[in-house]
Design a protein around this ligand. Structure first.
Ligand code: SF4
Length: 334
């Protein structure tokens, strides 16, 4: 979806004069504005239809009151650092078939929490709480880190904050090719811009409305050439006919002329869903080929099963070993 065509913005009365609200409203001058008291009046009410709303989502501007910083779920971090995430936004302008957000929320509207200053206060408190640990903060868990940047300007503020905290790592995870806010500034050495990638043929079918893989590869190389640290995220790995050739060609294309010094890390992980989320997503796409594979359940997680996961992991790891060092390669734990 093109974010310029957002037709309706719901605004919590308490933040209607917040500087971020004013900035956002200037970017969307044609939208109809509707005052609300709390975002829950509109978002995630029962009997909403995620697929229907996804066709024409509204924007909701709200204040976040708690849970600014949370421990990252298992399998999200790269190494033994303490990993946290923060979500200034719920939902995403893209529409990937496997996206867990459609299983998490009943509503496809975009919520943007405009009190950015409270996120940075909470991140500061977390840093102070763990003075002897190396910490990584992830943005983009409940949304895409950069896709909405033209309107939100959140990554820009986040980079300002983390520039002042060089020992603390920040990961921006994205499928977007919105690189201009980053290219305009000097690389922030403790920031990793991590791109989610799949073979072209798979992405064309599953990453609905996200930028093409060629564009994503161009964007990540542009950033790496400008001195930014980039990450590669092959997660979820999709099992299908000819997957070995497709993943091998994708990895070769990315690694060709990518300066290894600017490659921070590569991670990969199998397609997996918590059981209840899988059931919910299945009801949204009952005839989708992705969900017609006989999946297996283990400890409440639905996946391709150990045999296929091990086969794919081993193959991907071998391919990556051709181009980069072992210490940069991570398998996302389930
Ligand atoms: S880019 Fe990420 S958050 Fe957005 S729809 Fe795709 S999987 Fe979901």
């Amino acid at each position: 979806m093109d974010i310029d065509v957002i037709e309706t913005i719901f605004i919590e009365e308490a933040i209607d004069d917040h500087p971020t609200t004013r900035h956002i409203l200037k970017s969307l001058p044609r939208a109809q504005l509707i005052a609300i008291s709390r975002y829950q009046e509109i978002f995630n009410k029962r009997h909403q239809n995620f697929r229907l709303q996804k066709k024409n989502p509204c924007l909701i501007l709200a204040r976040k009151h708690e849970n600014f910083v949370l421990p990252a779920p298992a399998g999200f971090g790269m190494n033994s650092n303490l990993n946290f995430y923060f979500s200034h936004m719920y939902n995403c302008i893209y529409d990937c078939r496997y996206c867990f957000l459609q299983g998490m929320y009943s509503s496809a509207h975009y919520i943007l929490f405009v009190n950015y200053e409270d996120f940075f206060k909470a991140i500061s408190r977390t840093i102070e709480k763990y003075p002897d640990n190396s910490l990584t903060f992830f943005s983009g868990y409940d949304c895409d880190s950069l896709a909405f940047e033209k309107i939100s300007n959140f990554a820009n503020h986040t980079l300002d904050f983390f520039s002042d905290h060089p020992p603390i790592e920040l990961e921006l995870r994205t499928k977007s090719i919105v690189t201009s806010p980053l290219m305009k500034r000097e690389p922030v050495t403790n920031c990793i811009v991590a791109f989610s990638l799949s073979p072209k043929k798979i992405a064309t079918i599953l990453d609905k409305t996200a930028p093409s893989i060629s564009h994503r590869i161009n964007a990540l190389k542009q950033l790496a050439n400008a001195g930014w640290s980039v990450g590669l995220r092959f997660d979820p790995l999709i099992y299908c006919a000819d997957w070995e050739t497709m993943y091998s060609e994708l990895i070769a294309e990315i690694m060709h002329d990518l300066n290894p010094r600017n490659l921070h890390s590569v991670s990969y992980g199998p397609l997996r869903f918590p059981k209840n989320m899988y059931k919910k997503i299945l009801t949204l796409h009952p005839n989708d080929k992705l969900f017609s594979f006989p999946m297996k359940e283990k400890a409440g997680i639905i996946s391709y099963g150990t045999e296929i996961e091990e086969l794919m992991s081993k193959f991907i790891k071998n391919e990556l070993n051709k181009y980069t060092t072992q210490n940069k390669i991570f398998r996302c734990a389930v």
